[in-house]
Design a protein around this ligand. Structure first.
Ligand code: ADP
Length: 457
């Protein structure tokens, strides 16, 4: 960068703080395997390793019309999938905004809103079954930690990602929604509760049955994979429902290392954590996912501003506010290849309202984004590496289905993942892994799971 000596020193310092060395990658990955085993061994572990009650693999030949509902990200999504077999399907969908009031209000209001949205969708896009016809089967993608006891039963353990509705934790989220459908005489049956990672895995497996893992890198982060039921030691024999050999396990990996043993937390991470709605929870997620990366960079910028090392010591009302710097800006800035960093200038000065920036300022912001993005990729690679170790996949062909804007849009996220896996397992092994974008996969996955659940009943 073309900055002063102090600025260069500051950036070099940040580079070190945000660095995850190869050595550290190994430590974190080993710890991941340990925590996964703990989660499989007993209830209440940090990485919860929740059995999903999804046990078969789709064949691609599934057919029929199924509804899917997706709650957990920025929008509520309602879809109807028409599965046509051979991995083919068509979809109708509609998005509904979830206001902050709904996210933090009473769970009954949220469920009523969801039911109204489904009603609107059916009225506008599909036909409702008549009184003598079979109910519509719905897969409910509910992307929060839920302790499932059956494919269509699950109790919310805790909220994440900015949700905090009351009267929800400890309750069965399928029953709550079913009640709201009932009140409206909607002929819809919640056939399955589906975690989005499980949905993503199943959706990709509909076309590529050998898919090993489903990963979310969006607002939050999490993953699921097929585990041998024999390894789910926390289950007694009676609990293994279908007596199947394997079952998809929803890891809830966002909670990894909440004991803070191996994660390289910086003071900026600590600030993000302190100001979050779920203090000391989801620390891994807070270092990786789209909801937080911009916020980490915002804290790093403010710290440099306070030392007169950035923007001539001037901030802006937008930058001073929590969530004022979006992760999408990091993507735009990372993509900015102009000599003068014009795009970066526009974001900082026009969008964020910094009075003026020098080229050195812009270069520094770009560097900070790069450090934080790279760290996010390397840390998520540790999770994937942990699963590969547990699942004996190292050196084998392996498909990892990934959904989420961070993976889709952040430049070269895939390259960074592969590089880190290369450091862990060697380049040859890393090159056998295919990272596949499964855009909006969880909806299709939920529809497929609803179908599988309905067939089993
Ligand atoms: P979901 O909410 O279902 O996870 P997404 O996968 O779209 O939906 O993730 C949204 C998150 O991704 C938001 O936290 C947002 O900050 C981040 N995001 C949106 N656009 C981009 C982008 N272009 N680059 C990186 N992150 C993005």
């Amino acid at each position: 960068i073309d900055g002063t000596e102090e600025q260069i020193k500051a950036i070099n310092g940040l580079s070190q703080e945000f660095d995850v060395t190869t050595e550290r990658l190994r430590t974190i990955t080993d710890q991941f395997v340990k925590e996964m085993r703990r989660g499989l061994d007993h209830d209440g572990a940090t990485v919860a390793m929740i059995p999903s009650y999804v046990s078969g693999r789709p064949t691609g030949d599934e057919v029929g019309r199924y509804l899917a509902l997706d709650l957990g990200g920025t929008n509520l999504r309602v879809c109807e999938f028409d599965l046509k077999g051979k991995g083919d399907c068509s979809v109708k969908q509609q998005k509904f905004v979830i206001s902050d009031e709904l996210k933090t209000g009473d769970m009954r209001d949220l469920c009523d809103y969801i039911a109204d949205s489904v009603d609107t969708f059916l009225t506008e896009h599909c036909s409702k079954p008549g009184p003598n016809e079979e109910m519509l089967q719905l897969g409910y993608t509910f992307s929060f930690p839920v302790l499932q006891t059956a494919i269509n039963r699950g109790v919310l353990k805790q909220w994440t990602k900015g949700f905090s509705s009351t009267n929800a934790v400890g309750k069965d989220v399928a029953l709550l929604l079913q009640e709201s459908f009932k009140k409206r005489y909607l002929p819809v049956n919640v056939a399955a509760i589906v975690n989005d990672t499980v949905g993503t895995l199943m959706a990709y497996a509909y076309c590529y049955p050998e898919t090993a893992m489903g990963v979310i890198l969006g607002t939050g982060t999490n993953a699921s994979y097929y585990e041998k039921t024999a390894n789910i030691k926390k289950w007694s024999e009676q609990e293994n429902p279908a007596g199947t050999d394997e079952m998809v396990v929803n890891m809830e990996w966002g909670a990894f290392d909440c004991e803070r043993q191996v994660l390289p937390l910086t003071m900026y991470d600590n600030k993000v954590n302190r100001q979050s709605r779920n203090l000391h929870q989801q620390l891994f997620e807070k270092m990786i996912s789209g909801m937080y990366l911009g916020e980490i960079v915002r804290h790093a910028m403010i710290n440099l501003i306070d030392q007169y090392l950035l923007f001539n010591g001037e901030s802006s009302p937008i930058l001073n506010k929590q969530w004022g710097f979006e992760t999408a800006y990091l993507t735009a800035i990372e993509k900015d290849k102009t000599e003068n960093l014009d795009e970066t200038k526009e974001i900082l000065e026009e969008t964020i309202g910094i009075p003026s920036t020098t080229l050195a300022d812009r270069q520094m912001v770009k560097k900070m984004g790069e450090f934080v993005g790279r760290r996010a990729a390397r840390l998520s690679a540790c999770g994937m590496g942990g699963v590969m170790m547990q699942d004996d996949k190292i050196g084998q062909e392996c498909i990892i289905a990934i959904d989420g804007s961070l993976f889709e849009f952040y430049p070269n996220f895939e390259g960074l993942l592969r590089e880190a896996l290369g450091e862990l397992f060697g380049e040859e092994a890393a090159n056998k892994v295919r990272f596949a974008l499964a855009r909006d996969g969880s909806g299709l996955g939920a529809a497929i799971i609803a179908m599988m659940a309905h067939k089993q009943q």
